[in-house]
Structure formats: structure tokens, C-alpha cells
Design a protein around this ligand. Structure first.
Ligand SMILES: Cc1cc2nc3c(=O)[nH]c(=O)nc-3n(C[C@H](O)[C@H](O)[C@H](O)COP(=O)(O)OP(=O)(O)OC[C@H]3O[C@@H](n4cnc5c(N)ncnc54)[C@H](O)[C@@H]3O)c2cc1C
Length: 294
């Protein structure tokens, strides 16, 4: 597609190229608004790394996140969405719109759509930061192959169950460490986890991570009773203990006119590809009204 010269001020700047940002950017570009999508990593966001999405409507046999997001990106670019690699470091509201500061330079836009997703919560235990990327990960698509390895997943929600069941196909041994005595995912995911061969350690928390240069063991302790301890030798630990919406890097107390947020960055506990995409469309429609009223 022919790239148009970049305007000095874009109608809309979409920050984040996951499902929410791609859907929002597609809608705005299709409506004829000059729209730039800024993404610091790869287009597709978290969804891109999902091995098989089974609950996105329209794909009876499921679809890989990479394929689905590739289709979304192609559709958005077909309608003229411009994409740029970069990280939004600061958003400033001026008299005539927004300035978004990047590592090298700044962009100007009449409206900003914050679609930056949610970050994984950390356990906050000693050794977690030290071994991050050296045995401590959030999802298996970021980690090297776990074939034949001993790994653990910390968390009890749907992502943790899904991850543990997926890892159990290849890893030598998989533990699921949950503080509570119950699994929180829905019935299908619980059944899959229980049939996967992964070992469940209920009532434990990760207290400390140990190793030399890379993760080698996790010290677990019981959450109630006499704080019994257990040392678990590990090659990898996947931390899936919840997520937190990523806040916009701005100084305002309340979002100003012309600023919209969508997807995991905005929609609380309903974190799904379809919800994020729909929310991106909703934010784009609100943004169009705003631009028309200017
Ligand atoms: C392991 C796992 C399994 C999942 N399984 C499913 C499933 O089976 N079905 C389902 O529907 N959903 C699933 N989800 C949830 C789904 O992936 C998310 O709800 C969805 O991707 C959220 O889309 P989003 O666009 O809001 O955010 P994201 O996908 O997180 O995209 C946000 C994007 O913003 C970028 N970004 C962040 N900050 C900046 C910045 N300052 N500047 C520039 N770019 C920035 C990020 O790099 C990222 O690409 C799963 C999630 C995980 C982690």
C-alpha cells in the first residue's frame, strides 16, 4: 500500500497494537481519519503469542493468535492505518491536542487512544527480578523450549491452568502452585488441567527463588498452619498471578477530552480478544464523534 506523507498533527494516535489498538486503528482509518498506531513491540499484543484461541467467534476449529492478529493487521493496513515502531513515554495535553513523547522525538495528535493492555502482576518475592528472563517468565511463548524440563506455574486462574496444561505436553514435569485450595478457571479448563499430568500443589506460595546465574529452585511455604517449607528444583517458573491495567504515562488526574482507552487497559476483569477488539471499536466510534465536533 502507498504510504502517505506523515501529517504534522494526526487526527488520532493509537498507542498499542494488540486487538484493541488494531480494531480502533482500522475503524478510524476506514472512516478517513489520519491515524497512526504506535507499537513498541510486535503487532498483535498478547494475543499474537496464544497457541490456539478457541473462543474467538468465526473459527470453529480455533485459530492461532499469530494468524488471527495477522488478519487484523492486514485489514487495518488495507484501510490506510499507518504503523510506527516506538514506545510512548509521556502524553501531554496542550491547548490544541496531544503531544506524545517517544524515545527519539514526539508525535502530535488531536486525539489519543490508549490501548496498551495490561501487565502481569509479579509475585514480589526475592529472586524474581534477578531471574526475570533467566528462568522466570510469564508465558511459554517468551521462554526457550521447556521440552524435558521441570517447570512450575504460579497462579490459579484461567491463564495459569491453560499454561500448565500446555506445558505438560512437552515438559518433563509441571507443577501448579496455588495459594488457595480451589482452581478458578471454568470447567473445561479445570478438566483439561486435571487430565494433563501436571501436579497441583494447593495451599503453597512461592517465598523465594534461588540459583546461580539462572533460576534453579523455588522455595515454597504453606500459606497456613506451621509455614512448612518445600524446595522445588526448577528450570523455569511461569508467573501468572493476575494482571494490572497499564496506566497512561500522563500527569492528569482525570482523562481530558480527546483521550480514550480501550481493551485490557480499560475493561477491568473481562480480558479477552473479542472484548478488547469490540472495546477498540467502541473507543474509535467515540473518538470519531469527538473529532467531528472539533
Ligand atoms: C497466556 C494468555 C492466554 C490467553 N488466552 C486467551 C484466549 O484463549 N482467548 C481470548 O479471547 N483471550 C485470551 N487471552 C487474553 C487476550 O490475549 C487479551 O485480552 C488481549 O490480547 C488484550 O488486547 P489489548 O489490545 O487490550 O492488549 P494487548 O494484547 O496487551 O496489547 C497491548 C499492546 O500495547 C503495546 N504497548 C504497551 N505499552 C506501550 C507503549 N507505552 N507504547 C507503545 N506500545 C505499547 C504492547 O507492546 C502490546 O502489543 C490470553 C492472554 C494470555 C496472556
Amino acid at each position: 500500500m502507498r504510504e502517505l506523507p506523515a501529517p504534522a498533527t494526526w487526527d488520532a494516535l493509537v498507542i498499542g497494537g494488540g486487538p484493541a489498538g488494531l480494531a480502533a486503528g482500522m475503524h478510524l482509518a476506514r472512516a478517513g481519519r489520519s491515524t497512526l498506531l504506535l507499537e513498541r513491540g510486535e503487532l498483535g499484543g498478547q494475543a499474537r503469542g496464544i497457541a490456539r484461541i478457541e473462543n474467538y467467534p468465526g473459527f470453529p476449529a480455533g485459530v492461532t493468535g499469530a494468524r488471527l492478529m495477522g488478519l487484523w493487521a492486514a485489514q487495518a493496513e488495507r484501510w490506510g492505518l499507518q504503523v510506527r515502531r516506538g514506545e510512548a513515554l509521556r502524553i501531554i495535553r496542550g491547548h490544541e491536542g496531544f503531544t506524545v513523547r517517544l524515545g527519539g522525538g514526539a508525535l502530535r495528535a488531536r486525539a489519543v487512544l490508549w490501548c496498551a493492555g495490561a501487565g502481569f502482576r509479579s509475585l514480589g518475592v526475592p529472586g524474581e527480578k534477578l531471574f526475570s528472563g533467566r528462568g522466570v517468565w510469564n508465558t511459554s511463548d517468551e521462554a526457550p523450549s521447556c521440552a524435558g524440563r521441570v517447570v512450575a506455574v504460579a497462579g490459579s486462574g484461567e491463564a495459569a491452568l491453560q499454561q500448565a496444561a500446555l506445558l505438560a505436553r512437552r515438559a518433563g514435569k509441571v507443577y501448579l502452585v496455588t495459594r488457595g485450595g480451589a482452581l478458578k478457571g471454568h470447567r473445561l479448563l479445570r478438566a483439561r488441567f486435571l487430565a494433563s499430568g501436571a501436579l497441583w500443589l494447593p495451599g503453597f506460595r512461592v517465598a523465594r527463588l534461588q540459583g546461580k546465574g539462572r533460576l534453579q529452585a523455588a522455595l515454597l511455604e504453606t500459606v497456613s498452619g506451621r509455614r512448612e517449607k518445600l524446595v522445588l528444583p526448577l528450570d523455569a517458573l511461569f508467573v501468572l498471578a493476575g494482571k494490572e491495567a497499564r496506566p497512561a504515562p500522563a500527569a492528569w488526574r482525570r482523562p481530558p477530552a480527546g483521550f480514550f482507552s480501550a481493551g485490557d487497559a480499560a475493561c477491568g476483569i473481562f480480558r479477552q480478544v473479542g472484548v478488547a477488539g469490540g472495546d477498540g471499536l467502541r473507543a474509535a466510534m467515540l473518538c470519531l464523534r469527538y473529532l467531528e465536533a472539533l
